[in-house]
Design a binder for this molecule. Structure first.
Ligand SMILES: [Zn+2]
Length: 316
């Protein structure tokens, strides 16, 4: 189980890191972002800093631009496929999930610096302007007036009367749900909302808005902005049957094409850790002509790396 103090210490240390220290003469670094928000204002929501403050984003990008060479994921694919050489101190910028703040807050900073980037889009989020299951649960735990919670998978009652124990319970929920193959995430949300007396969500403009089809199509031919798939429902692909994997990939790529005018060979695995994809998942991606699919496993890449095992550095 993720220990809150450990994880907070980790985030604190990581927020002091200069991300340019990952840049390397002969290796390629792919940075993984989710979102960028104005100054942090919640006690609970975004406590793992999936979305970083815009000023911090600005200084990270300034530092990377000064010390490194940004290349697109198209160039990464081309270099690896043709065994070319990465430019020295090269890096790429990627965003997972498809948050609107990628375009409204991050894009102006990146475009001003002439830095290419890719957004991997979860298409059902775009279709329904949907929040992920864990974003909904974070919202409920932040907003509730109730002080106790029972998790659907164990019989214990937990206190949620302090910020500390609210974060602890969220970390346990995150860990348990992500590692449970047969658990329906939507049912967990329904159960927790009922217990915590939440019947509707008042969305935050920056944390909750997803990119729209209109925006995707507007940027479909942009020199510096690319889009890739990130599944239709953000389900962990290795947990699914072959038919379900095919659906998650093809529905996502079809919608990007028909609604967003995007023909892409880029994809990224939902969650992206070692146990979240498999040989089977990769072979199905290849059938749908995907050529490049980075993971969320931490590390650097070379021109010998496998395009379906690329590592990334998460920025928090
Ligand atoms: Zn994701």
């Amino acid at each position: 189980m993720l220990n809150r103090e450990m994880s907070e210490k980790f985030f604190k240390n990581k927020s002091k890191i200069k991300y340019s220290s990952y840049l390397s003469k002969n290796k390629h670094v792919i940075f993984l972002f989710h979102g960028v928000v104005p100054k942090h204002k919640f006690k609970i929501r975004n406590y793992i800093r999936k979305h970083i403050d815009v000023n911090r984003f600005k200084s990270i990008i300034r530092d990377l631009k000064f010390k490194g060479t940004a290349i697109s994921m198209n160039e990464v694919t081309n270099i690896i496929q043709n065994k070319k050489v990465f430019p020295e101190f090269s890096y790429s910028i990627t965003f997972d999930d498809g948050f609107e703040n990628n375009l409204s807050l991050a894009a102006p900073i990146l475009l001003e610096s002439n830095i290419p980037f890719i957004i991997y889009v979860t298409t059902s989020f775009v279709e329904k302007q949907e929040m992920s299951w864990i974003d909904k649960i974070e919202y409920a735990v932040e907003s509730t007036i109730y002080k106790k919670i029972k998790l659907p998978w164990d019989k214990k009652v937990y206190n949620i009367n302090t910020i500390k124990n609210k974060k602890e319970i969220l970390s346990s929920i995150r860990f348990f749900v992500k590692n449970s193959k047969d658990l329906d995430q939507n049912l967990v949300v329904i159960d927790i909302f009922k217990q915590l007396g939440i019947d509707k969500i008042s969305k935050d403009k920056f944390l909750d808005s997803k990119i729209s089809w209109r925006q995707i199509s507007k940027y479909s031919n942009h020199d510096l902005i690319s889009f890739g798939g990130h599944s239709h429902n953000h389900r962990i692909l290795s947990h699914l049957s072959d038919d379900e994997i095919r659906f998650e990939i093809s529905k996502c790529l079809d919608l990007l094409k028909s609604m967003g005018n995007i023909n892409t060979y880029h994809f990224s695995y939902p969650e992206g850790l070692k146990n979240c994809y498999s040989k089977k998942v990769i072979s199905i991606l290849k059938k749908f002509e995907v050529k490049c699919c980075p993971t969320a496993i931490s590390g650097l890449n070379s021109n010998n790396s496998d395009l379906f095992e690329l590592k990334r550095i998460s920025v928090v």
